[in-house]
Structures are given as structure tokens and as C-alpha cells.
Write a protein that binds this ligand. Structure first.
Ligand SMILES: Nc1ncnc2c1ncn2[C@@H]1O[C@H](COP(=O)(O)OP(=O)(O)O)[C@@H](O)[C@H]1O
Ligand SMILES: [Mg+2]
Length: 428
């Protein structure tokens, strides 16, 4: 083993063998931090080979958390040595979920260590009392990652809350920077693999866009989970962005109650009042049909190239829809700023949201309300509307949720919209 010194930009994570005064990647001054890397030296010994037929797939490899939502989105639970990143904004429920999983695992005889650099033992105890968590969970407030890992040799499940508050004393910089973040994470990953410990790393994302932190370590971990939703509402969506041990793209849905996060099936993210500029959509996220509220604000622009802004749906998707509407419906959108937002803090990926976006934009422009019609369908650049997949499941959920008017281009739609030009018939 040989030690090598590398220099890591504490702001963006850029790495170089030589010290730099100004980071060539992000342009930050004096951001280089010295980091020790341990490397294997000399000829390595030959690898030991295993025949595929001899690989054991013991049932014990999966560690069920007994949290239905978590087990189902992770494909049956944790795998020994798995490292999971759990990201989200402050207050969204990361610590609560971690403690709930810890509780379930302790109750089936696993040893759990909850390492918190954020909250005192008292604060954690208060939360534990609120959610009824077992007193058998071990706690530490030590922020030195080496000490924590040294105390974790016989631990089955390790929670690091949050990774930004831990410190690798071999790295000469303050906690929270990129150099620390990378070093601490790589130590946790290395430890988990060597020791077959499941580690749950909590990472903060701030609203001000400081997503760089957790993003930087996504490639180092096996599984990435992000919470979506808003602190002000009770629903939380947990999305699997990456999973080396199972499918990705699945979502779990929780309701935040006083005594913790509880799995729910088909929440309705729609308010009672739907003034003009609002449209309802049914979108599939993972295997869940969700009924969501899409808002648009269309207002006369005061700048030569009007603004387009979107929250909760991809920017390019909205731009393409606006361009299509201008062309097909001959609407004066080139002279209007358009803002689109999916309510509830959700990030919609299903293209079937297109038709609701179009309807909301139209409704805002003409200042006429639509009501509680549920829109579904992807809109092509030619204005044609496509039928969404999993149509039967969606319709079932829409009806069960108490909406009875459905618009789109498919059999069973109360309002048939084959092409965007049919929209004017809905909004009058
Ligand atoms: N006394 C309480 N009753 C009900 N809900 C609470 C209570 N205290 C906190 N919460 C909920 O828990 C959330 C904080 O969860 P937490 O797991 O600490 O978030 P994070 O770790 O992501 O910052 C709050 O936003 C609130 O929704
Ligand atoms: Mg927390």
C-alpha cells in the first residue's frame, strides 16, 4: 500500500495530482484541499475465480426492512454491504424514515447504530418517542468518521445523519466541503463492503440549489433515493434514482403523520378550488397513478424573448408544448411569459402530463376555468395527442378518487381530444 497525495477542489470536487491556486473546473480560488489516497503497490496477487454455478444466492442476502414501501421499492429489502444515499430537503422526513427503518431492523434482532452529527441524543429520543421506536438502537454524536466506523464492526445497519456533518481527520478542511464529503463517503463505502454492513447515508439538498453535495457522491453508492414533496403538505414521494441491486424508477408514497411516515397508495395532490390556470392530470410515477394539479400562469411579456419557467416538470417539455400551441392553436404565446408548476413539490416524469400542461396554459391565457376534468396524454410536436400506457389502472384510480370527467385520446374518455385544436372545445 502506498500513500499518494491528491488535491481536491472543496467547492466542486475537481481532483488533480498537483496543487492549484484556482480550480480549472469551477474557477474557485484557493479551494484546493490536500487529500491522502491509499493505493495498492507492486504486482498484485492473482484473483481467486469462482464458477457462476457456485455462487450462493442465500435468502439471507436480502435483509427485509419490514417497511412495506422500502422493501417494495428496493426489490425485497437491503442487500448485505449495500450503501444507500437518502437525499432531500431539510424537514422532508429523512431522519424520521431512517429511524423507522432502524426500529424495524432492531426488532428483528439486528444491531443498529444511528450516528448523528446533526441532532443530540435527546432530540433523537424525542423523535423516537413520537414514532414509538425501540430503545435498543445505539446512538453516537461522534462526528469523526474513523471513530464511528471503528465502533461499527458488529453493526448490521449504520445510519449516517447527515454525511455533510461528518469529518475525516486526514483531510485538511472543514466539514461540508466537497473534499470531506468524498472522503467520508468513500470510507463508509469501503467499510460497508468489507464488513457487510448496510449503510444509510443521509444527504441534505437545500432549496437554494445546493444539490452538488449529494450529487457528488451518487456514483460512489449502490442506491440513491430522493424525497420529493413539500414540508407544508403531508405527502412525501420517495424515488429510486439508482439501484445496483434492483429496479430503479420506482417510487414509494408516504404520508407524514405525527407518529411517522406511513405508506399510502394513490394520493390525490389536488386542491378543492381550481380557478383558471389550473388543470388536473393523472401521471404514472413508478407503478403509481398519481392525480396531480398543474398550474400555468400566462402573462403579457415585457421583454423581447418571453420567459418560460417550470417547476416539477422538465423545462424542455414545457417549451415544446408552448411552441406547439402557438403553431397549432395560433395562440399569441410568443408575446407571453409562461410559468408552469406541478403542485405538491412533485417532479413529474410521465409524458402524459403534456395535455394537462396544455390545458392549464390555455385556461390561463383565456382566463376561463376548466374544472375537475382529468387530462392524460402526451402531445406531439404536430399537436396530436397520444394515449397513455397503463390506461386501465389510471382510469380505475381516477374513478376511485372521485373524478368522473376524463379527457384524452382514448376509448373511455368523456372528452375526446385527438389534437390540441380540440382543446378550445373543452375550455369555454
Ligand atoms: N411533533 C410533530 N408532529 C408531527 N409531525 C412532526 C412533528 N415534529 C416533526 N414533524 C414532521 O417531521 C418533519 C421533520 O422530519 P425529519 O425526519 O426531521 O426531516 P429531515 O431529517 O429530512 O430534516 C417535519 O417537517 C414535520 O412534518
Ligand atoms: Mg434530519
Amino acid at each position: 500500500m502506498k500513500e499518494r497525495i491528491v488535491y481536491v477542489c472543496d467547492r466542486c470536487g475537481y481532483e488533480a495530482p498537483k496543487w492549484f491556486g484556482r480550480c480549472p473546473a469551477c474557477g474557485a480560488w484557493n479551494s484546493a484541499v490536500e487529500v491522502k489516497r491509499v493505493e495498492k503497490r507492486g504486482k498484485s496477487s492473482p484473483s481467486s475465480l469462482t464458477q457462476l454455478s457456485r455462487v450462493n444466492l442465500e435468502a439471507d442476502d436480502r435483509i427485509e426492512t419490514k417497511n412495506k414501501v422500502i422493501d417494495s421499492i428496493l426489490g425485497g429489502g437491503f442487500v448485505r454491504g449495500q450503501v444507500i444515499l437518502l437525499g432531500g430537503e431539510p424537514g422532508i422526513g429523512k431522519s424520521t424514515l431512517a429511524l423507522q427503518i432502524a426500529d424495524r431492523l432492531v426488532r428483528v434482532g439486528r444491531k443498529v447504530l444511528y450516528a448523528s452529527g446533526e441532532e443530540s441524543a435527546k432530540q433523537i429520543k424525542l423523535r423516537a418517542a413520537r414514532i414509538g421506536a425501540s430503545g435498543e438502537i445505539f446512538l453516537t454524536n461522534d462526528q469523526d468518521i474513523d471513530s464511528v466506523l471503528r465502533s461499527s464492526r458488529d453493526v448490521d445497519f449504520l445510519v449516517i445523519d447527515s454525511i455533510q456533518t461528518f469529518l475525516d481527520s486526514e483531510v485538511g478542511s472543514v466539514p461540508g466541503g466537497m473534499a470531506q464529503l468524498r472522503s467520508v463517503t468513500s470510507k463508509v463505502v469501503e467499510f460497508s463492503k468489507r464488513n457487510s454492513t448496510v449503510s444509510l447515508i443521509i444527504g441534505h439538498i437545500t432549496k437554494s440549489g445546493e444539490i452538488a453535495g449529494p450529487k457528488m457522491i451518487e456514483h460512489m453508492v449502490d442506491t440513491v433515493l430522493y424525497f420529493e414533496g413539500e414540508r407544508t403538505t403531508d405527502y412525501r414521494l420517495l424515488r429510486v434514482y439508482k439501484n445496483r441491486f434492483g429496479p430503479s424508477g420506482e417510487v414509494g408514497i408516504f404520508e407524514m403523520r405525527e407518529d411517522g411516515l406511513f405508506g399510502i397508495e394513490n394520493p390525490v395532490f389536488v386542491g378543492d378550488d381550481l380557478p383558471f390556470g389550473n388543470a388536473v392530470a393523472c401521471v404514472m410515477e413508478g407503478s403509481h397513478p398519481l392525480i396531480v394539479q398543474v398550474q400555468a400562469l400566462v402573462s403579457r411579456s415585457k421583454v423581447p424573448s418571453p420567459r418560460r419557467n417550470s417547476i416539477g416538470v422538465e423545462h424542455r417539455r414545457v417549451s415544446a408544448i408552448i411552441a406547439t400551441m402557438s403553431k397549432i392553436l395560433k395562440l399569441p404565446l410568443d408575446f407571453h411569459d409562461v410559468y408552469v408548476k406541478v403542485l405538491g413539490g412533485l417532479k413529474v416524469t410521465d409524458p402524459a402530463v403534456d395535455l394537462a400542461i396544455s390545458a392549464a396554459v390555455f385556461s390561463s391565457l383565456v382566463e376561463m376555468e376548466i374544472g375537475r376534468t382529468v387530462f392524460m396524454g402526451e402531445v406531439g410536436l404536430d399537436g396530436m395527442v397520444r394515449s397513455p400506457y397503463s390506461l386501465k389502472r389510471r382510469i380505475e384510480v381516477i374513478r376511485k378518487s372521485g373524478f368522473d370527467e376524463i379527457a384524452g385520446n382514448f376509448e373511455g374518455a368523456n372528452v375526446l381530444i385527438r389534437n390540441l385544436s380540440d382543446l378550445s372545445g373543452v375550455i369555454r
